[in-house]
Structure formats: structure tokens, C-alpha cells
Design a binder for this molecule. Structure first.
Ligand code: SF4
Length: 316
């Protein structure tokens, strides 16, 4: 992949190591977020602090009453639902170009999926849903990756998040139709691994985009490109892509090397070998046989390799 790497702009919950803005006056250092600082321009935001609630502050929570979920501060009796919606709307229109979100899990404001929703009369939580700020951002930026720091300890989720964030940033650097075609060519197998049907539609859309005004063509391509990456790669799709890539070098290989690859791919399909092992094999052959089209594929390095080996407490 061409260098230098773009620097994605990522919105992050400010309490994840940036500012002591939590309800109890604390902050939560996060190893992954800290490591990303060398590669990413973060936009830290604490929506509750931005509403003037201060830190420390009486905690807020989501309460469901008569079918409606409200953001309330039981300690003061304040209902912050409208104020949070207004703030989120202002933030979405003023934040500028961004490539993704890392938000604090379980928060009634920032939680991506798992904010607790309570009944009005105290008692335990009824269910979980996104926090109000996270929900507003997901609606305003439907194609951008959004994760919480808890889910990002999973190796596969983290890799998928980074792939999408860096893809979005790369796309923002595209200035001409020729650069767009080049990006599409390099991302071909990333796209196929995520969603082959949408990847093919994207290729057809690109062919027809030359007749459109440049900014319309780029906006439509970006929408379809990011939507394609929303679908996480599956084991079967990745194996299909690997077999396709193998076709570019198979004729150069000895019978033993071909047998070795078939055995490795079968092991991958049984989950006995990671995808990285297959990619390393294919990449080494692409370099050895100087198959430049193959060497240039982003699938081999969708984000800075230093981020691959982050020593976070990966569960995946
Ligand atoms: S979770 Fe969100 S609202 Fe809560 S302290 Fe962190 S940034 Fe602020």
C-alpha cells in the first residue's frame, strides 16, 4: 500500500483517557485508544460535560415511561432529553470530516449498544439500547464505523474497525477519478471479503460514474464503499478471496507449494489457522514472483501494521 498512511479523524468519548469528565470526576485510561493516538487525530467530546453538567455531577440515566425513553438526572430531577438532542445535532453539523467513533460503553449518553434503560419507579434495568448521543451520531453518520472500547478488545472487531476507519480516511484523500479507480483496484479484495454482491455493484457503479459530475460521483461511491464495508468479513468469504488471490501465483508454484497452500486454506476453513497466515503466504509469493497487482492489494495491509500487534487484552 502506498505511504504515508492517512490520519483518520475519530470522535472519541473524552473520558477514555483525555479528560476527567465522568460523573465521579474520573477518567478511564484505555490502552487501545492511547496507542491509536500516534496514528489518528482524535476529536474528544463529552456530551454531558458540554451540556454544562460539570464533573463530578449527579449521574444521568435512561428512563422509559409510556413508551418513551428519556435522559434524566434523578438527583436533580432534570430531564435532559431535548438538550442532548439539540447538542448532538449541533455537533453532527459542526464536527467536519470524520472517519469513525470510539465511545464509552454502558453510558446512557455514549453507549453504542448497551446503555441500561430503567423503569420510572427505580428497580433494575428493563433492557439495553444505545445512549442518546451515540444513537444520534449513528443516525447522522450511518456509514461510519462506531464501536465502544469494550468491544474493541476483540481482535476481529478491532481489525474490522481499523480497516473501515483507514479506508474512510483514504477515500477522503481522493482528488481525481484516476485516484478513485486506483483506490478501488487496491481495495478490490477487501471489498469482496466484506460483501461480494455489493462489491460487484460498486464496481459497476464506478464504471458508470464517469458520466456524473465529479463531486456527485465521489459522494455516491463513498456511500456505497462504506456501506459495503459495514458487512464484516466471514470465514467463507475470506477463503473465497484467498483462493482467488492464489490464482494469480498458482502457475509459478511447485506441486509441493500448491499442496501446501491447499492444506493451509483447508486448515483456515477449520479455524485451525488464522487468516494472517494465509495472507502472509500469498503476499510472500506476490513479492517473489513480482505480481504487482497482487502486491498492491490493501487486503495485505489495510491499516498500519504496528496496530496489528497492540498488546490490548484481546479476547478474540
Ligand atoms: S461516557 Fe460520554 S458522557 Fe459519560 S463521561 Fe464519558 S464522554 Fe462524558
Amino acid at each position: 500500500m502506498a505511504t504515508p498512511w492517512p490520519r483518520p479523524r475519530v470522535v472519541v468519548s473524552a473520558c477514555l483517557g483525555f479528560e476527567a469528565v465522568r460523573y465521579d470526576g474520573s477518567l478511564i485510561p484505555d490502552e487501545f485508544v492511547a496507542a491509536l493516538r500516534a496514528h489518528v487525530d482524535f476529536v474528544p467530546i463529552c456530551p454531558e460535560f458540554a451540556l454544562g453538567l460539570g464533573s463530578p455531577r449527579p449521574p444521568v440515566r435512561l428512563v422509559e415511561s409510556e413508551g418513551e425513553v428519556r435522559l434524566v438526572q434523578p438527583g436533580t430531577g432534570r430531564d435532559l432529553t431535548e438538550a442532548m438532542a439539540e447538542f448532538a445535532g449541533r455537533f453532527a453539523t459542526s464536527v467536519g470530516d470524520i472517519d469513525g467513533f470510539i465511545l464509552k460503553n454502558r453510558s446512557p449518553t455514549c453507549g453504542v449498544k448497551d446503555a441500561r434503560v430503567y423503569a420510572p419507579n427505580e428497580g433494575g434495568p428493563r433492557r439495553r439500547q444505545p445512549g442518546l448521543f451515540a444513537a444520534a451520531m449513528a443516525k447522522a453518520f450511518p456509514d461510519l464505523p462506531m464501536e465502544d472500547e469494550g468491544r474493541l478488545t476483540n481482535r476481529e472487531l478491532r481489525a474490522n474497525f481499523l480497516t473501515r476507519v483507514f479506508a474512510s480516511a483514504r477515500l477522503r484523500d481522493v482528488r481525481t477519478f484516476g485516484e478513485l479507480v486506483d483506490l478501488h483496484t487496491r481495495y478490490k479484495f477487501v471489498l469482496l471479503a466484506h460483501n461480494p454482491r455489493r462489491a460487484r455493484e460498486l464496481g459497476r457503479g464506478l464504471a458508470g460514474a464517469r458520466s456524473l459530475p465529479w463531486h456527485d460521483a465521489l459522494a455516491e461511491y463513498r456511500r456505497m464503499f462504506m456501506a459495503t464495508l459495514q458487512h464484516p468479513p466471514t470465514l467463507g468469504r475470506f477463503a473465497d478471496v484467498a483462493a482467488h488471490l492464489y490464482g494469480f501465483v498458482a502457475d509459478h508454484l511447485s506441486a509441493e507449494e500448491r499442496a501446501h497452500f491447499r492444506a493451509a486454506l483447508a486448515a483456515y476453513r477449520r479455524r485451525a489457522l488464522p487468516a494472517e497466515a494465509i495472507l502472509t503466504l500469498l503476499r510472500s509469493w506476490a513479492v517473489r514472483f513480482r505480481v504487482e497487482y497482487l502486491s498492491a492489494q490493501t487486503l495485505f495491509e489495510p491499516y498500519p501494521p504496528e496496530l496489528e500487534s497492540l498488546s490490548t487484552s484481546a479476547r478474540g
